[in-house]
Design a protein around this ligand. Structure first.
Ligand code: ATP
Ligand code: MG
Length: 706
């Protein structure tokens, strides 16, 4: 593997971080953006306004209806004990339309146990996709994708601070310029792949805070500090106190800079001027905090040392960003070494491209292929003849019918499956009582059988030793007793030896008699317990037939149950089957939606084409003399209607068609210019700024030997 001797980066890494690499390995100039050409700013502002028209939250309606659906679902599951609140970009107004839906689930009374697992189960039943549980995070989360809308959703538990900080961000975003600036930074970060906290870069939230910090620091400030002064508003969460005070009053800025000029200044600041080693982003403070005072100076290895394998230790406070309410929380905690390198690379790249006069579109060129809609919504239909398009519509309509039939049969199958599932659950419940009865009989039978066995052993043990029956022993004892106690015949006396023998025989008979009585008692007890045991066996048999009766009755009433193995495992199998069916239903629904969308689009085009006498309006056609100024059209709304086959006015159609239907709809864009009037000086100024020293640049070493 070829490695650069100056930086230690491999060729693959050099290609991955080219701007950063050239700064780390050579002494190239860092471009300055302090004097940028006015015309360049005007052009960039035009570009930005086109992008802003496209971004917006086109999925706002889907978000709303999904939020409603999930709220109902969760409240039913947790018997109205649950409270669902949306937060994040769907409430702050800072959505690009590509972000996730953030929901917070809190409980009015006690939080149910294993809540994440319950939510995940519920979502599975609903056919949601890619369900992941993150139970060990400070705020437990369930992540998933809604199979219908394709929206990514995060449900976090008891995330109260997020509700408050979203409310504050909404306050910041009420200013159009602030909102649009944040949207552009989020747009850049998202297209350049540096806005994914779980992949080791910064979250959208962190980028929002960095953006606000920049706008607070411009001169004059574009954004206020909404946490300054005012009364404290303290809340307690898990024993910690937080001040959530937030001044939401409107703010009039004296700053006249346009978005483009603010963005240029942003990159100038964060690519070179911001010393991440000493400065902590803090919107609560309205400007950077001193990292040393906050005890947030960077510790651990440099990102470069980690990516080159020189260290495996952890980095702390690599790009310190303070949470506005939770002051101990550094949002860069999630940033990994590779992420830090990439973020630094992106800052350097933006700086270089801007200094070369490259467009905002170039700066935001997606790192990954993005499925972007073509500029012209009807581009593929323009050259087709109406009849063949009508034919296509008919074919698609026939396909919709087929899909609907498929949906119908799948829904019926799922319903049957669900009914059977409920039936199975009910059956198992009914037989459960019989089963528990059987368990208690078995519980009694076990010691009883042992006792019976014990008695049998006692009895048989004695009987093995004493072969003579008790009665016989008794007779023998009487006979011996008589003989031993008879009057002595002095002429016929027994020898002493014989007499001794008779006595010992008598004693032996006595012992035998005692053992024989014991054996008899054991036998009696044995008989009694055997009878009891038999009764229990009968009862056991009875439970079997009771269970059979219950099942027979159920099968009689519900013939579907016939042949099904009634076991909890079977219930699980049925549940899995129902889930699979739900997934297939969702896929068919989305097919149907796609088909309808396409039908709507083609129908809209046919209406346009025929209303214009089949003549395609030319982009450069001049407006008719008497034509009134067309009112401003919300193109996203028109496109949505076009895509679902809705109706719209000719003016809206015109707007849709002009310049390809998406961009440049509003008649005349007022282009605001920046406060910077100086022309951009040609050539690049030798900069005094350095690349973030924590990237490990070793000054003086210029050569890279690959
Ligand atoms: P997007 O439109 O990309 O989803 P967003 O504005 O919703 O962006 P997210 O990163 O999804 O931003 O965060 C949503 C909300 O979650 C934030 O507004 C914030 O309240 C909370 N949040 C996100 N990340 C953190 C974090 N690391 N610490 C504390 N709160 C966070
Ligand atoms: Mg979000």
């Amino acid at each position: 593997m070829t490695v650069c001797k100056t930086t230690g980066l491999t060729v693959e890494q050099q290609n991955r971080w080219p701007f950063l690499y050239s700064h780390l390995s050579t002494d190239i100039e860092i471009p300055s953006l302090t004097n940028v050409d006015e015309q360049f700013i005007i052009e960039m502002d035009k570009e930005i306004s086109k992008i802003l028209k496209k971004v917006g939250d086109g999925k706002a309606k889907s978000r709303e209806s999904l939020t409603r659906h999930l709220t109902g679902l969760l409240q039913r599951r947790f018997q109205r004990n649950a409270k669902v609140q949306a937060f994040g970009s769907s409430v702050t107004g800072l959505s690009l339309g590509t972000g996730d839906l953030d929901l917070c689930l809190s409980f009015k009374r006690e939080q149910p146990k294993k809540v994440l697992r319950k939510i995940a189960g519920l979502l599975r039943e609903e056919g949601m996709m890619d369900i992941q549980q993150i139970p060990k995070a400070k705020i437990p989360i369930v992540k998933f994708t809604d199979s219908r809308s394709g929206l990514d959703v995060d449900i976090s538990i008891e995330n109260r601070l997020a509700i408050y900080n979203s409310k504050m961000l909404k306050g910041y975003a009420q200013d159009k310029r602030v909102r649009e600036f944040i949207l552009m930074i989020k747009y850049w970060a998202s297209r350049r792949g540096i806005n994914t906290a779980f992949e080791g870069t910064l979250s959208s939230y962190a980028w929002t805070l960095i953006s606000i910090q920049h706008l607070q620091m411009t001169n004059p400030p574009v954004a206020p500090n909404r946490q300054k002064g005012g009364k404290q508003n303290l809340i307690e969460i898990n024993g910690d106190t937080f001040d959530i005070s937030n001044d939401s009053s409107p703010f009039e800025s004296k700053n006249q800079q346009t978005l483009a000029s603010l963005l240029i200044a942003f990159f100038d600041r964060f690519a070179t001027r911001w010393d991440w080693n000493e400065m902590v982003v803090s919107i609560r403070n309205g400007g950077p905090l001193n990292a040393e005072k906050k005890k947030w100076t960077h510790t651990g290895p440099l990102p470069l040392e980690i990516v080159t394998g020189q260290s495996k230790n952890r980095m702390e406070h690599i790009m310190p960003i303070e949470d506005p309410f939770d002051h101990e929380h550094d949002l860069s905690r999630v940033v990994k070494a590779e992420g830090a390198m990439t973020i630094q690379e992106e800052f350097m790249r933006a700086l270089h491209l801007l200094s070369q006069g490259k467009s905002w579109k170039d700066i935001c060129a997606p790192v990954m292929e993005i499925d972007e809609e073509p500029e012209d919504f009807f581009h593929d239909l323009r050259n087709q003849n109406t009849d063949s398009l009508k034919q296509r519509i008919e074919e698609m309509k026939a396909e919709v019918v087929q899909v609907e039939e498929r949906i119908h049969s799948l829904v019926t199958e799922r319903q049957n499956s669900k009914e059977l599932l409920d039936l199975l659950r009910g059956t198992l419940q009914e037989t459960r009582n019989v089963k528990s009865n059987r368990q208690s009989i078995l519980a009694e039978l076990r010691p009883l059988s042992m006792k019976v066995q014990e008695l049998r052993q006692t009895r048989d043990g004695i009987n093995d030793r004493i072969a003579i029956p008790t009665k016989r022993i008794q007779q023998e004892m009487v006979r011996m007793f008589d003989s031993l106690t008879a009057e002595v015949d002095v002429f016929n006396t027994q020898s002493l030896g014989r007499e001794k023998g008779d006595f010992s025989y008598f004693f032996e008979l006595q012992a035998m008699y005692k053992a024989s009585i014991e054996s008899n008692q054991a036998h009696q007890e044995f008989i009694r317990l055997r009878r009891e045991q038999n009764k229990e066996y009968k009862a056991l048999k009875n439970t079997n037939s009771q269970e059979e009766d219950v099942l027979n009755r159920l099968v009689e009433k519900n013939p579907e149950l016939k042949g099904i193995n009634l076991h909890p495992k079977t219930v699980k199998e049925f549940q899995q089957n129902a889930n699979k069916l739900q997934k297939s239903i969702n896929i068919q629904y989305s097919n149907k939606h796609e088909l309808k969308r396409e039908i709507g689009r083609i129908e809209a085009w046919i209406r346009i084409a025929t209303s214009k006498g089949n003549q395609r309006p030319r982009k450069d056609s001049k407006p008719r003399q008497n034509r009134r100024q067309a009112p401003t059209v919300n193109i996203n709304e028109v496109r949505e209607r076009a895509s679902t086959g809705g109706s719209f006015s000719l003016n809206e159609l015109d707007a849709l068609l002009s310049k390809g239907g998406i961009s440049g709809i509003e008649s005349k864009e007022k282009t605001s210019t920046s406060g910077q009037s100086e022309r951009r000086k040609s050539g690049r100024k030798k900069s005094t700024y350095r690349v973030d020293p924590r990237q490990g640049r070793k000054r003086g070493k210029k050569q890279s030997r690959n």
